[in-house]
Write a protein that binds this ligand. Structure first.
Ligand SMILES: Cc1cc2nc3c(=O)[nH]c(=O)nc-3n(C[C@H](O)[C@H](O)[C@H](O)COP(=O)(O)OP(=O)(O)OC[C@H]3O[C@@H](n4cnc5c(N)ncnc54)[C@H](O)[C@@H]3O)c2cc1C
Length: 317
């Protein structure tokens, strides 16, 4: 049985499409686990590929990984899951190794590829900041894998699908630690991860005020958001961290990614390499970003951006 868990519904839905493929190949069922859910549309998991939903109603104020790992291990025992896919967000990254330890299972994190080769489940993960891919095969079960967001597209809803929703209580030992303060990250409410088009600013911009040139372009594009490279957010503090794209920032997958004054170091590419179409604007014809781009404009951003915006306005009438 293949079991999927994430505390983010979108991530569970994305993993369902890969999970469905694996379950079919293995001839097994596909189950989604929900802990402390309160999900108003639990049946959506079934419409999008699950055979079963295993919902545990527990009253937990905060995420404590020690408690979630216990609960999830009980779900694995009850369902007999052999393959567990966990969403690789902040909580999932903490949860997976603890779960694997309780189950005495093998664990591979941040897999970007997952497939069967004979009887073995093979995983691929990017290492050395994207310069190499590590390939490993599980030899036994249970096995635990974490999957980053935006790797798979959710399956389309299919109203004709049917499945079973199981609601059970699961006992666990409350963990004695107490969370005394939860502090929100400073952000401007930007969601680059779900944006359809991203106009991203790098250190090629000379001043914070000049970012308005990128904003003017972004406003002409559908589903737009402003992204940036690490120095623009972390060092210069021109944009908040929710704009930051890359290995240590957000992983994005827009239809259009416009990289302006960004050199294209591997740590930046790691966050935007799954974009459908990449347009790069850089005055250096040898900039690495052009290797990751579908379209490149070699030129000074201060001259290119106004012209590009005018051309789009003209095209739009
Ligand atoms: C562990 C680690 C994690 C990291 N994580 C991230 C991450 O998540 N995201 C990230 O972005 N970086 C990350 N970095 C940093 C990364 O290595 C690069 O330093 C960074 O991406 C460079 O940002 P940049 O391209 O904006 O700046 P630069 O490398 O300085 O490039 C600026 C570019 O602008 C061009 N330019 C200059 N003036 C103009 C102009 N007028 N018109 C057009 N082009 C112009 C230049 O030709 C140059 O190519 C990480 C680094 C490490 C070590």
């Amino acid at each position: 049985m293949v079991l999927i868990y994430s505390d983010e519904k979108n991530l569970s839905l994305e993993m369902l499409s890969k999970g469905r493929e694996l379950a079919d190949e293995l001839g097994k069922e596909l189950t989604v686990a929900i802990i402390d859910g309160g999900d108003s549309d639990i049946e959506e998991y079934i419409r999008r590929g699950a055979d079963k939903v295993f919902a545990v109603d527990v009253d937990l104020d905060n995420f404590k990984v020690e408690e979630y790992a216990q609960i999830l291990s009980k779900i694995v025992e009850k369902t007999g899951a052999e393959t567990v896919l966990i969403g690789s967000n902040k909580d999932g990254k903490e949860l997976a190794p603890r779960l694997a330890s309780i189950l005495d299972a093998d664990c591979v994190t941040d897999c970007t590829g997952l497939y069967m080769e004979g009887d073995s489940l093979v995983t691929e993960r990017i290492i050395y900041s994207g310069n190499a891919i590590s390939v490993s095969a599980f030899t036994g079960s249970p096995r635990v894998v974490t999957i980053p967001s935006k790797l798979f597209d959710p399956l389309l809803e299919d109203d004709s699908r049917s499945g079973e929703v199981i609601r059970e209580e699961v006992e666990f030992d409350p963990f004695p630690s107490q969370i005394t303060n939860v502090q929100q990250m400073e952000c401007e409410g930007v969601n680059v991860e779900d944006a359809a088009s991203i106009v991203s600013c790098g250190r090629g911009f000379k001043n914070k005020e000049d970012i308005k040139l990128a904003e003017e372009l972004a406003e002409l594009l559908p589903g737009e958001a402003i992204g940036c490279s690490r120095p623009v957010s972390a060092d210069l503090k021109w944009l908040s961290e929710d704009h930051w794209v890359g290995l240590s920032g957000h992983k994005v997958k827009p239809k259009l990614y416009v990289a302006i004054g960004i050199s294209g170091q591997i740590q930046h590419i790691a966050g935007m390499r799954d974009s459908d179409i990449v347009v790069a604007i850089n005055k250096d014809p040898d900039a690495l970003i052009f290797k990751a781009a579908d379209y490149g404009i070699v030129g000074d951003l201060y001259q290119v951006l106004p012209k590009l915006a005018d051309a789009i306005k003209e095209k739009k009438g």
